[in-house]
Design a protein around this ligand. Structure first.
Ligand code: NA7
Length: 560
């Protein structure tokens, strides 16, 4: 929907907002919830606009059977409140979607967030009005809200993608996307079910459906590295210890490469004997989880070092699968370990040993079209009662590109980012004053424990707004030269890693026509955090600050 207010090229808005706030936050997931809390602490009037009916963001929508976080619950929680830490106790090592969403609801109750969240409301446009120096935000309910700050907390994995298979609309059975799962139970008993996609969501939903369906057919485009999970209930003694040491561990995580308390290894895979390297990997494997990727500091820097880790995981997968034909299909062949996010194997590989489950490699048998009774792949009709799309997201930029966002001179963010996202520190975009983005492209975001990255961003934004208030500054804006330098740096650092070597959603490769740019910052959360601290300490170096009441003529005259 296009907005009915006009942001003209002279930057004047034809119809100012009906309601006024200091800040509008878009999205009530982990980012938006904490942002609201921090804005209130600053004494600002703030409102959160949320499309869903409840808090949670991705953890509200991603409620398919088996949905679970691949970061340990002890680390995947807020770290800003002793009270919340004390009162909440996780039940499993890796938290399920249901438990995470319960936690989010508990936090929303505790901090009384809901009274400032407008649910079931979607932001359609956000226009910057140069005359007033304010944003005008319009929703699908016809609200027009004026605010000094506009903060996007819209998440990186919030716009699900269903590939454009010809004939999809003719399918007579049920269709589901893992990200948009019905809240009532879906019964697959006795049904013929297709799952398309074998990323993290596919790897979690496949065991659940395989155990229930009459027949499950999995369509795989890229095989996934699978590492051990060792999920299980948390012992009370362990929880007590973890809580007692939480803040010291969190500090380590905050200044670590990936936002995790276990640091990145300091050894090169290539300096060790094969036996030593294997022992190190075995140690991490036995603990379970994605920290296996942290075994050697050069695992994502050097292909030969990566091969050591990749061969280790492949051997583990081969042993588990037994059957060489299955192993040939399910073991990745052509991309480095970690260049796509590996899945934690909790019954995924074993599912393919079930007699009611079969695997189709779409590289050999491409999906040609969907018909009323099923899917035609490699010239063969496969009949289904239901198709589950575990086909991922228009990641990182999808949510922002759905909103008509216009900055100075009515420039559209979609146009600014047509060749890939451009930001200063992932936090702001030149030409879009007082417009912040939480854990978006250009920041470490999805390459880290997101909760730690979210807290770092929310706290930086809150500190920035607090500093502005204290110094009588009304506008902050990224300088274009500083933004260009940051984008060059992000690209340069990414090119020194193996991360761009796979067709991943980090690169936009899963969306036909999307520019191929490695979107997250690969330099590490520790380096990035220090850079953000330094920028603040140096009076927001790289940003332009404008003092006093903003008027169009003052801005155009470069005052401030
Ligand atoms: P992902 O990781 O993007 O996985 C999507 C899967 O769907 C992946 O296997 C894709 O293959 C597959 N896919 C996408 N389009 C097609 C088509 N057209 N045909 C066949 N297969 C297709 O999304 P998830 O929801 O699993 O996980 C997202 C993140 O959530 C994950 O990284 C964790 O951080 C948590 P491809 O690999 O593109 O060849």
């Amino acid at each position: 929907m296009e907005s009915n207010i006009v942001n003209k090229a002279d930057g004047k808005i034809s119809s100012p907002g009906d309601e006024r706030f200091d800040a509008v936050v878009v999205g009530a997931g982990f980012s938006g919830m904490y942002m609201l809390h921090k804005l209130r602490k600053l004494g600002l009037s703030a409102i959160v606009i949320e499309a869903g009916p409840e808090v949670g963001g991705v953890w509200y929508w991603n409620r398919y059977p088996g949905a679970r976080c691949d970061v340990e619950s002890i680390q995947y929680q807020y770290g800003f409140s002793e009270e919340i830490l004390r009162e909440w106790t996780w039940s499993e090592r890796y938290p399920s979607q249901a438990e995470i969403n319960k936690y989010q609801n508990y936090v929303a109750d505790k901090l009384e967030l809901r009274r400032d969240i407008r649910f079931n409301t979607r932001v359609m446009s956000a226009y910057y009005d140069e005359a007033s120096g304010r944003w005008v935000i319009q929703t699908d309910r016809g609200e027009k809200i004026s605010s000094q700050f506009c903060i996007m907390a819209t998440g990186n994995l919030s716009v699900p993608r269903i590939p454009d298979f010809p004939g999809l609309e003719t399918f007579e059975g049920a269709t589901y996307h893992t990200h948009d799962w019905p809240s009532s139970e879906v019964n697959f008993a006795g049904k013929r079910v297709a799952v398309i996609g074998t990323g993290s969501s596919g790897a979690q939903v496949i065991p659940e459906i395989g155990a229930q369906a009459g027949q499950l057919t999995v369509f795989q485009r890229t095989a996934n590295y699978c590492v051990s999970a060792f999920n299980g209930p948390l012992e009370p003694g362990y929880v007590k210890e973890a809580k007692a040491h939480f803040f010291e561990q969190r500090k380590k995580a905050a200044y670590s490469f990936g936002g995790l308390a276990t640091p990145l290894g300091t050894e090169s895979a290539l300096e060790l004997t094969p036996e030593e390297a294997r022992n190190r990997l075995e140690g991490r494997w036995d603990r379970g989880g994605l920290e296996l990727l942290n075994t050697f500091y050069d695992l994502l820097l050097d292909r030969a070092a990566n091969d050591v880790g990749a061969e280790f995981v492949k051997t583990k997968m081969r042993e588990k699968l037994g059957d060489p034909e299955l192993a040939d299909l399910l073991i990745p062949k052509d991309y480095p370990l970690g260049a796509k996010r590996p899945c934690l194997d909790a019954g995924y590989l074993d599912t393919f040993k079930r007699p009611n489950v079969r695997l189709i490699d779409v590289n050999k048998s491409p999906i040609e079209r969907v018909v009323d009774r099923g899917v035609i792949a490699g010239g063969v009709l496969h009949e289904f009662d239901a198709i589950v799309f575990a086909t991922g997201f228009d990641a990182m930029t999808g949510a922002l590109s759905q909103i008509d966002i216009r900055g100075r001179k009515a420039i559209s963010l979609r146009d600014e980012w047509s060749a890939g996202p451009r930001t200063l520190l992932g936090l702001m975009v030149a030409g879009f004053p007082n417009f912040f983005n939480v854990i978006g492209p250009g920041s470490p975001s999805v390459l880290t424990n997101n909760l730690v990255a979210i807290e770092q961003h929310v706290e930086w934004i809150a500190d920035c707004i607090g500093d502005m208030k204290a110094d009588g500054i009304s506008l902050i804006e990224a300088r274009r030269d500083a933004q260009d330098a940051w984008v060059d740096h992000v690209n340069e650092v990414a090119s020194r890693t193996l991360l761009p070597a796979a067709n991943s959603w980090y690169l936009g490769a899963n969306v036909p026509g999307k520019p191929r740019v490695f979107m997250p910052y690969t330099g590490g959360l520790d380096v990035y955090r220090r850079k953000c601290e330094q920028v603040r300490a140096n009076g927001y170096e790289g940003f332009t600050l404008t003092k006093g009441v903003v008027t169009q003529s003052a801005v155009l005259a470069g005052e401030g």
